[in-house]
Structure formats: C-alpha cells, structure tokens
Design a protein around this ligand. Structure first.
Ligand code: NDP
Ligand code: 2IT
Length: 443
C-alpha cells in the first residue's frame, strides 16, 4: 500500500473528523519512509493499528443549572494507546468538542507522551459543556456528574486524566473529590491537583515554561537566545500565562495576548503588575482580555488574531488551527524566525509548509508543549512514592526533559544545517511506541 492509499483509507473511515485526519496525515507523512523500509513494522500493520483507538467511551452527562433547568452534555474519553504506559492526557470542556477533535488530541498525545521519556500512553477526553458564564456551583454539578460515569474507566494504573482548555485546578478539584468519594481511595488518578491535596509544584507553570525552554533550545542551535526578543503570544489561559512569565524571566518582551473574542497589543510588554492583573482577570474574575486594554490604556483588536504584530518569536497558546497559511506568511515577512507551539496543532498544514520552507525554527506542539504532560508524569511519580519534590527539583527535571525532547528531534530531524522538528518529533515519538507494540504482539 502506498502512503496516499493509506491516508485515503483513514480519511474514508473518518470522513466526519477533519482534525483527526489532519493530525494523522502530518504524522504519517513524516514517518512513512521509516515505516516503509521496515518489513517488521509493516507485517504487523503497526500503522493500521496505531490510528485506531484502543477504546472510545461516550457517555451522557446530565446536570442542573442554578435555576433548576435540566441540561444534558456529551462526555468522552478516548483511550488511544497504552503500549508504553497507562493512558494519559487532558480533559477539554469547550462547546466545540466532538469525537474528531478529541481523537486528534488523543492521537497527538501518543507521540508527545512517548517523547517525554516517561512511561505514559496516549488518551484524551472532555465534553461539549461550555463553562463560560457558569457559576462555580454549576461547574461543580457538571464535574460531579461527569465523574459519576468516568470513574469506572480510569485509575492511577489505567488512565490518568488532567486539564486542558476549560479544565483547570477548579474542575480537577471537583472531579477528584467525586472520584475519591465513590472509590473510597486516595490515589494519583488525576494530575494538575491543588498543591495541598497531591498536586506537584511547577505543574501549573509546566506547559508554558516548557514551550519557552523548547524555543530557547531551538535558538541555541543558531547561537541565539530569547534575550531582547519581541514575542507574540496567543491565548491568555494556563499555557499563555506561564509562557509569558518565562519569556519575561529570560529577557524577552511579550507584546500580545488574546482570547476567543480578540487580542490586546501592549508594546511595552505584559510584565510585572500587568502580568499579575492578567492572571487575576483570567483565573479569578474569569473576565475578557479586552479588560486588560481598558485597564492599562492599550489597543484591543476585536475578532482578530495577533499574527500581524511584528515579532521575532511567536508562541501560539490558544487552540488548533489558529495560524493559517496567510498568517504564517505574515509572521515570516515581519521577521519571525522562531515558532514554539504551546497549543496542540495550532498551525494549519499550509502554515507549517510556510515555516518549513522559510527554514525558521519551528517546534510543533507535540514536542514544544510536552512539558505539561511530562510534569504530570512527575506528579504521578510523587503520588506513587508519597513524597513531594521541591520547585527547583521539578523545574530542573522539566528543563532536562525539554532538552532531551530537543535532542530526540535533532537526532531524527537533522537535515544538513536545518532541523526538521516535525519529522524529528514524529519519528522519535513513533518508533518507541511502534517497537513496544511489536514486542507485545498482536493486541
Ligand atoms: P485555557 O482554557 O486555560 O485557555 C485557553 C485560551 O485559549 C483562552 O484564552 C481561550 O479564550 C483561548 N481559546 C480557546 N479556544 C479558542 C478558540 N476556539 N478560538 C480562540 N481562542 C480560543 O487552556 P490551556 O491554556 O490549558 O490550553 C491552551 C492550549 O494549550 C490548548 O490547545 C491545549 O490543548 C494546549 N495544551 C495545554 C496543556 C495544559 O497543560 N493545560 C498542555 C499541552 C497543551 P476564551 O477564554 O475566550 O475561550
Ligand atoms: O495536551 C496536553 O498535553 C495536556 N492537556 C496535558 C495532559 C496531561 O495529562 O497533563
């Protein structure tokens, strides 16, 4: 079978799942040469097996609003691949959530988790529940109802969910509380827990910090650094917040942040009390990014993304397909030479092509944002050992993991002076899982 025949088959079988087809195409295009030249992998039909989730769970989530109205949402957990460890990956609560989006995220997670060097399989889940505008009590009732079904499918050695879009410490708390009550056990079944009840230091910061550590590694290869660089960030949630903090610590200046309604431009940099305001605005007040512009007298661009603001470094930290081909061209034209993806698959295939052709440093999400799940892995270890590592210990392990991911990308993606991080990440992530599947026979 040729690569095109294989991809055609995947597309035909999953015709209603464009994001999943996009994610599979990118991986398969990168690894095809390696796969095609390995008779063992082909005979075992590893690719046919790896694109099929081991298990998909879809369930009803009924709950009540504060006024007593009955609501029904759909819950999902995709247990995609457990060849190298228990299923591991976040939960996303967002109205756009559907099977195809969670399958793309679960598929990406397989290779990302493999790159972390830790023993974690790939999974993802979530719901089309929209937390926006809901009271804490409504969110609690939803989370409790969600866990009343999910609990029977997960466990610290089976499947360990965490946060993603719309799921942070508050939601993990409600989910954990219900799991603990029903199971009558206190285990590391979820990561991203509060620091007082089993969470790991640095987990909140980990994805954003890791994305910036990865950018720093890519720049180092070119003898450059983040010091003095102008940086565009999208999003203003968990990943964006700590990416901004780490850029500030390394001497860069972040001039944009966004949410789904628009972006703000702060030419002086989102730092100091302005950064603290952003965290309070988004995490406690749960307000809109436009309020930052009002508060500090900055420009707000409703309904737009930040990619036409000139920068040297871009960190997309909001959602999938948020940089298209035209926006990628604009970034490159304006002098951007480093893109490190905090979000999952934020660049469209056309955008990726623009970055690759321009030979800029382009770190795809499964490498650049793996620090979040890696630190979740460190949280699992601490929970199992019933110990807590210090901030410095966890941060230094995270930093080393990001360096190791960079080294794996370099090993499999080096092409003369250029490092193709897409190829490097996909081949390195794939080979470990594929070899584990071979070793374990036809499962
Ligand atoms: P949050 O919910 O904390 O923040 C999400 C941010 O992105 C918000 O600013 C949100 O704006 C914006 N956003 C969400 N959906 C859209 C959309 N459809 N269009 C435009 N903007 C949107 O999520 P995280 O920061 O945790 O996640 C951000 C990205 O990082 C996601 O792609 C996630 O998969 C990825 N990621 C997260 C990890 C983690 O540890 N949390 C780990 C690895 C990757 P609004 O408030 O208006 O919705
Ligand atoms: O996309 C991701 O890697 C996450 N949302 C984090 C998953 C995790 O298990 O920490």
């Amino acid at each position: 079978m040729t690569m095109h025949e294989f991809l055609h088959q995947v597309s035909a079988k999953n015709a209603d799942q464009p994001e999943f087809i996009q994610a599979v195409s990118e991986v398969v295009e990168s690894i095809w040469d390696v796969y095609d030249s390995n008779p063992q992998l082909k005979k075992a039909k590893i690719l046919d097996r790896i694109v099929e989730p081991e298990r998909v769970i879809i369930f009803r989530v009924p709950w009540q609003t504060d006024s007593g109205e009955v609501m029904v949402n759909r819950g999902f957990r995709i247990e995609f691949n457990s060849a190298i460890g228990p299923y591991k990956g976040g939960l996303r609560f967002h109205p756009s959530v559907n099977l195809g989006i969670l399958k793309f995220l679960g598929f990406e997670q397989i290779f990302k988790n493999s790159l972390t060097t830790l023993p974690m399989g790939g999974g993802k889940g979530g719901s089309d529940f929209n937390p926006r505008g809901r009271s804490d009590e409504e969110v609690m009732r939803f989370c409790h109802s969600f866990m009343l079904e999910l609990f029977r499918h997960i466990g610290p050695d089976t499947d360990v969910p965490a946060g993603d879009i719309g799921v942070g410490k508050r939601e993990i708390g409600f989910l954990f509380g219900m799991y603990r009550k029903i199971r009558n056990e206190y285990t590391g079944v979820l990561t991203g827990k509060g620091l007082d009840w089993g969470g790991s230091l640095i987990r909140p910061e980990a994805t954003g910090f890791g994305t910036v550590y990865f950018a720093d590694e890519m720049l180092k290869v070119r003898g450059d650094s983040l010091d003095g660089k102008t940086v565009c960030v999208s999003g203003s949630g968990n990943v964006a917040q700590y990416a901004i903090q780490k850029i500030n610590q390394l001497g860069g200046k972040v001039v944009t942040a966004s949410d789904s309604d628009g972006f703000i431009h702060d030419p002086d940099g989102i730092k100091g009390e302005k950064w603290e305001y952003l965290l309070e605005l988004k995490n406690i007040k749960r307000g809109r990014i436009s309020e930052y512009a009002d508060e500090f007298g900055k420009k707000y661009f409703a309904g737009q993304r930040p990619w036409n603001v000139p920068c040297q470094v871009a960190l997309p930290c909001a959602t999938q397909n948020e940089i298209n081909g035209e926006e990628a061209k604009t970034l490159v034209k304006n002098g951007c030479f480093c893109v490190s993806e905090g979000a999952n698959m934020p660049t469209t295939p056309e955008g990726v092509e623009v970055f690759q052709e321009a030979k800029i440093c382009y770190g795809p999400g499964k490498a650049a944002n793996a620090g979040g799940v890696a630190t979740s892995g460190l949280e699992m270890t601490q929970n199992s050992m019933r110990i807590n590592w210090s901030r410095e210990e966890v941060d230094s392990k995270l930093h080393n993991i990001m360096k190791s991911i960079h080294a794996q990308c370099e090993r499999y993606g080096k092409d003369g002076n250029f490092i193709n991080y897409v190829k490097g990440a996909n081949v390195a992530g794939f080979l470990k899982v594929a070899n584990a599947m071979l070793d374990q026979g036809l499962i």
